[in-house]
Design a protein. Structure first.
Lengths: 135, 130, 102, 135, 102, 130
């Protein structure tokens, strides 16, 4: 039995209005160093974190959104987006960032680890995780 | 226009402090008068000089301090809210037996009456919060 | 002169916009800022709230907050006006008072 | 023209989950000293602030609810409760605190200044106020 | 063993309970605490959410939070169980993990 | 059961700190092991010794300190979150050129790795927040 745990990071807040999105991302980056199986779920307003074209120059806050694109380099293997949340907001996967992934050892590559899933699937994924981090 | 600002949230956790700062700055640049910025609830946490935000991000406390210096702004931290949350100046440290202070320059600690007075004196009260 | 109502919460997360719309009078103005800007988008499950309000109220959205969140002007509900912080100040200046639905 | 301003304190949060209800009450008590016309509005979860029988012994927090009963002594003349909010929560005025009021000079008395009002009336009252405090 | 879901937000103010109910599986448990306890009351516009959940999930309410808010046990939705902090600990102990819908 | 606690909000503004404290206390009294309490976001504000809450109310910071003394609890404040919000110990004061510290006894400042480690080591992670 592997002693890797399945970590799920639950993202349910819009960026900038509160700091949860950003500080949650900081935890994900650190988690990479611990060699666990890391997945992220974007639910409710959390789906807005992945919207492309964020430009914070007018509000004087740091634009941390470019970091999402690099999560594949930080041992993140899955980024699940809640279908219901996306649709309620009139968004599609085309509005969201693309996150490529590559396994340096096996050279296996994935073009985009951002995946839209329905409620049943998401409930399943949450239940299968060993630890759920909420921010 | 003579206006007063109320800030209900601390820096970084919510955007309220940023919005309040940007609004106040824009109003002052347009020549309006800001009678007072009143920090209430977690808003009092805007008034600590001990923050060290990341170098590539804004420094909200310093933003307030610089704006206060430029426009002689009255930045008031509510004393009751400050006591609950550990914002302390010399007088408060002495009264409550604390061995350190953390209040930022240009901020002062005072009572809730300062909010009521501001609301009476000003044409508009603008509240920023969660 | 009429009142300016400010809403800074997402209509998908909190009930602030609902209560603001229920208790703001015809002729008043509503400014959407911070996470409130998401209410200004067409084609969402919340869009009807703003299109309904536009019948008898003015609705503004704070552009710096709108752009920070990666939102595009072509998704804006027709009739909603963009303002910057200076425009926010002008709205406060012009109104009789501000009601903040924090 | 009187230089008294009409102050309206907007209460939209449940007690204890956050401190807004309590710290808002502290402002109201201070406002009394400034001889303004003070009204309070209880909307959304704010109506829960007035529910009787609050008992905080199990959570170790101060029970500040007895203060509401005394607001008539603090120059508060009106406590408006939003009808829609009350009904959505299955509450009636019988579940709420009773706040008597007396004018010490004229000896005019009111048995209960807590008054349930509908949306139209509340919108009117908000508009007629000079300053709205939000917490 | 199944998961314990915790909800600390009022169902009238925020969407946390809705999302918890949508994404919690049959057989799991839900603990309502802090302002989340208001969802446990019968006769409100939110009551159906919990009565619906009770069909295939267990629902608990934290009594100290319930009593702090002046709520009465006779208003509790039938089938919702009261627990104290020790009972909260037992629920965490018994579950396979906690999903916090903060 | 071996458990870890994450606290995302500061004291007083939200009930999260109180709930986390009551839960932790109840679990310890039942004989469970608390591996670590990790304070993140505004949760780091639980770790200041400068608060003076009203005499007739609970003192949340002291509650944590006393629990830590009784059960040798590991109270960890996230360094990145603490820097943004002005929670400072001797080491941080020196590194960031601050003239005062405000950290409460029994709290220590450390990195986010401490949260990840706690999640790996423990049977359960319980999160308290807004």
């Amino acid at each position: 039995m592997s002693d890797k745990k399945q970590f799920m990071f639950l993202n349910r807040r819009a960026p900038y209005g509160t700091i949860y999105a950003w500080e949650s991302l900081e935890v994900v980056l650190i988690a990479a160093a611990f060699e666990q199986a890391v997945s992220l779920a974007f639910i409710d307003d959390g789906v807005y974190q992945l919207v492309t074209g964020q430009d914070t120059t007018g509000i004087g806050m740091k634009n941390f959104s470019p970091t999402y694109k690099t999560l594949g380099d930080y041992e993140v293997r899955h980024m699940y987006v809640d279908k219901d949340s996306l649709e309620a907001r009139g968004l599609s996967v085309d509005d969201l960032v693309v996150v490529p992934w590559e396994d340096w050892e096996t050279e296996e590559t994935v073009d985009n680890i951002v995946e839209v899933v329905d409620s049943a699937k998401l409930a399943e994924l949450l239940e299968e995780s060993d630890v759920v981090f909420s921010f | 226009m003579k206006f007063a600002i109320q800030v209900n949230e601390g820096p970084y956790q919510h955007q309220a402090s940023d919005s309040a700062y940007q609004f106040t700055k824009a109003a002052l640049e347009k020549g309006h008068e800001c009678f007072r910025v009143f920090f209430y609830h977690d808003g009092v946490l805007n008034g600590t000089r001990l923050t060290t935000p990341p170098q590539d991000d804004r420094n909200i406390v310093n933003n307030w301090v610089e704006l206060a210096e430029k426009y002689d702004l009255d930045l008031v931290v509510c004393v009751a809210a400050a006591q609950r949350r550990g914002i302390v100046d010399e007088g408060e440290a002495e009264r409550n037996g604390k061995d350190a202070t953390n209040i930022a320059p240009r901020f002062r600690i005072s009572g809730l009456g300062q909010l009521i007075e501001a609301a009476i004196q000003c044409d508009k009260l603008v509240v920023f919060g969660d | 002169m009429s009142d300016l109502h400010t809403v800074n919460k997402s209509p998908f997360e909190k009930n602030s916009l609902d209560t603001c719309l229920r208790l703001s009078k015809a002729g008043s103005s509503i400014l959407l800022y911070e996470d409130g800007v998401y209410a200004a988008l067409a084609g969402t499950s919340a869009s009807e709230k703003i299109t309904g309000a536009l019948a008898d109220r003015k609705v503004y959205v704070l552009e710096p907050d709108f752009r920070a969140r990666g939102l595009k002007a072509d998704r804006l509900i027709e009739g909603v006006e963009m303002v910057d912080y200076a425009g926010f100040v002008d709205l406060v200046d012009a109104c009789s008072k501000v009601q903040a639905w924090v």
